[in-house]
Design a binder for this molecule. Structure first.
Ligand code: FES
Ligand SMILES: [Fe+2]
Length: 416
């Protein structure tokens, strides 16, 4: 089936069965996934070697380093690295390993801040904002030290629509734009820069990183697991299992446009809060009022779009705001999840109240998903289950599994 055909089919009304798997024969037999890759040390090592150092990884936003000297540090556990992102005096943003070139101490121990230069806490080497080694205490006691050879180690960095990505390969196969492909095409004009004030949740969860990620790749569980939290927003009498408006699977990434219950009524507190800001819990009932780059089926029952960017960055856009998740492996059965919810900077107490309310509703859903991930992992250890069964609306999980396998297989062959 051609892409055009897939597009036509996918814009059909949500009430019709979509049979997404029929549009993707490349995914193999629908609905059967082996569970062994989700608990194995070997798979964890394979991913460390062939995946994480060979893809673009999202670190943060340009607004976090708006002025020269502003910096932040992002830990990248599967690469055993800390990435220091800083804006130089020349206005350029650069990314470095947060490692001193003397004896390997992290040059900053802060998560973010603003400095004139970086002074290593261990012996006091000073690095300028472009990474150059500017001063060395007791320099004459070194042997022929050429400071120009001891700059900070720079990491490939590129920016798309304000998102700062790095790539640990010194010579990435693809530029960022090519890597993001249709996700960038879709969201080039989304005004991420209008909502840059964020709240963050971070948590260590005792399960494989993909188990939590998969919870964000299907909506089938919402009517059950999230029955009292988010279900009223995305489930209705005529769409009781929240079938998606659209699922689009490309070479590496996944896209889902989610149904919204047109009869959704916020709670009493939610109604008061939503008078003061753009809520994450909203249903667009007039598609014409929306940004062109969201709600591709132009449905009047739309809640939000999910852009799942390979391998671990999920970018969700709502009418007027956005939020994102990052999923980092720590070990085969431990992961770190980082969620940020973005709003415009609150201008008064009402807006602040609204944002606090939104924060709490997000937290409840995240806790339900995180707890579920841990329960799934403990069952995997029992070896009682060898395969997972997937239904049509869970196709993005099979697509992710397939994409990861294909990527690793290709890298293994190409650069063993
Ligand atoms: S390790 Fe940084 S100055 Fe010695
Ligand atoms: Fe969920």
């Amino acid at each position: 089936m051609s892409n055009d055909d897939a597009e036509t089919k996918s814009t059909a009304d949500y009430r019709e069965p979509k049979r997404w798997f029929r549009q993707h024969p490349e995914l193999g037999t629908p609905g059967r996934l082996p569970v062994s890759p989700y608990e194995s040390q070997e798979q964890h090592e394979v991913e460390k070697k062939y995946l994480w150092r060979r893809v673009w990884l999202m670190m943060g936003r340009v607004e976090e380093v708006e002025k020269p000297g502003q910096f932040f540090v992002t830990k990248v556990p599967p690469c055993d690295a800390e990435v220091l992102v800083v804006r130089g005096r020349d206005g350029e943003i650069r990314a470095f390993h947060n490692v001193c070139t003397h004896r390997g101490c992290p040059i900053t121990w802060e998560e973010k801040g603003k400095v004139g230069a970086f002074k290593c806490p261990f012996h006091g080497f000073v690095f300028d904002l472009s990474g150059g080694l500017a001063a060395v205490p007791d320099e004459e006691n070194f042997y022929d030290l050429d400071k120009s050879k001891y700059s900070l180690s720079e990491i490939n960095m590129e920016i798309w629509n304000g998102f700062i990505f790095v790539h640990f390969d010194p010579e990435p196969r693809q530029g960022l734009r090519e890597f993001l492909a249709e996700t960038a095409d879709r969201l080039d004009t989304f005004p991420f820069q209008d909502a840059t004030h964020y709240y963050e949740y971070q948590g260590q969860i005792d399960c494989n990183w993909k188990l939590v990620l998969y919870g964000f790749l299907e909506n089938y569980h919402t009517q059950s697991l999230h029955k009292t939290s988010i279900s009223p927003l995305v489930v209705s009498h005529d769409n009781p299992f929240s079938h998606n408006l659209k699922i689009s699977l490309s070479e590496k990434h996944r896209f889902m446009s989610l149904f919204g219950n047109p009869n959704y009524k916020p709670t009493d507190v939610g109604s008061i809060a939503s008078k003061y800001g753009v809520s994450l819990m909203q249903v667009a009932i007039d598609a014409d009022d929306l940004e062109d780059c969201v709600n591709p089926t132009k449905s009047d029952c739309w809640s939000f779009d999910i852009n799942n960017i390979f391998p671990n960055f999920q970018l969700n856009v709502v009418n007027g705001t956005w939020y994102c998740h990052r999923f980092w492996p720590l070990s085969p059965d431990k992961m770190q999840m980082v969620t940020r919810v973005y709003f415009p900077k609150p201008k008064n107490a009402g807006e602040r109240f609204f944002q606090e309310y939104s924060k709490v509703t997000t937290r409840d859903v995240l806790l339900e998903d995180a707890t579920l991930g841990e329960r799934l992992q403990s069952v995997l250890r029992s070896k009682a289950v060898e395969h997972w069964l997937l239904q049509d609306e869970e196709i993005a999980i099979q697509h992710f599994h397939h994409t990861l396998d294909k990527f690793i297989e290709h890298e293994r062959r190409d650069r063993p």
